[in-house]
Design a protein around this ligand. Structure first.
Ligand SMILES: [Zn+2]
Length: 259
């Protein structure tokens, strides 16, 4: 993987929050006297954003779980010879161990994997997820709200309200996913998987506290464009596969580009 680029496909659109979103800032970024659970903000504008890594991580995780369901029962689950075979920190991810396997694997070729041991080769991802920036600040009275979450102390049963920062529902973020065409024969399947994962994301959540209702999103795709390598090197034309200013649902986008 990563040896040839025949072109690129760009997927653009908007992620609209249906419920409050909490993507936590790193602890060292917490200001003294600030709230307990601050959200990640762009240091230049102070506005919240969705890091490309969050979006990529979530979509990879959803894809891994969906593919795990296709494995024989003895392969499902976590551990050395299971589908979720790679321990990273306190989580397991799926990662093919050889380049031959990774190229054939719809998950690994889209999202890439790092080598197992130090010095092993990395298999670079075919996709780049840009940070998604807030794009409708003018429409919002407030961008950030403080929600008090009541944590019940399991031992004393005392209620302990903790302030949580959240981005308000209604906020919209512009995203861009860049897909590198490394194999023309796999392009359609890879793009289809990416768009379908956005559909799956809508019935899941972004950020933290999803099981408590945070991070429900709606995805609108505004543009899908294919740029063959000649677009860059020989002033070739780009191919507009989809171009809708107001955006369309992921399934409608797929209908358009696969017909
Ligand atoms: Zn794999």
């Amino acid at each position: 993987m990563g040896e040839a680029i025949f072109g690129k496909v760009l997927i653009n659109g908007k992620i609209r929050l249906k419920t409050g979103l909490h993507i936590g800032a790193q602890t060292e970024a917490i200001e003294i006297g600030g709230v307990d659970n601050p959200i990640l903000k762009d240091p230049n504008t102070g506005d919240p954003y969705i890091p490309g890594s969050s979006l990529k991580g979530k979509m990879r995780n959803l894809f891994e779980k969906a593919m795990s369901a296709d494995q024989p029962p003895e392969k499902r689950g976590r551990g050395e010879n299971k589908w979720f075979n790679r321990e990273i920190g306190d989580v397991y991810i799926h990662a093919c161990n050889t380049l031959e396997d990774a190229v054939k694997c719809p998950v690994c070729r889209l999202f890439g994997i790092s080598g197992k041991e130090r010095g092993d080769k990395n298999y670079p991802s075919r996709t780049i997820f840009r940070d998604a920036h807030l794009c409708n600040k003018d429409e919002l009275e407030e961008v950030i709200e403080i929600k008090y979450e009541t944590a019940i102390d399991r031992i004393t049963s005392a209620a302990n309200p903790r302030p949580m920062e959240r981005v308000v529902p209604g906020a919209e973020f512009e995203f861009e996913i860049v897909y590198n065409i490394e194999n023309e024969n796999e392009k359609k399947e890879d793009i289809k998987n990416l768009v379908n994962l956005m559909k799956m994301l809508e019935d899941d959540y972004l950020g933290g506290s999803g099981s408590r209702g945070y991070g429900k999103v709606e995805v609108k795709i505004t543009r899908i464009v294919e740029r063959p390598k000649d677009y860059y090197l020989n002033e070739g034309a780009e191919i507009k596969l989809l171009n809708k200013e107001d955006g369309v649902r992921p399934e409608e986008a797929l209908n358009q580009i696969l017909k």
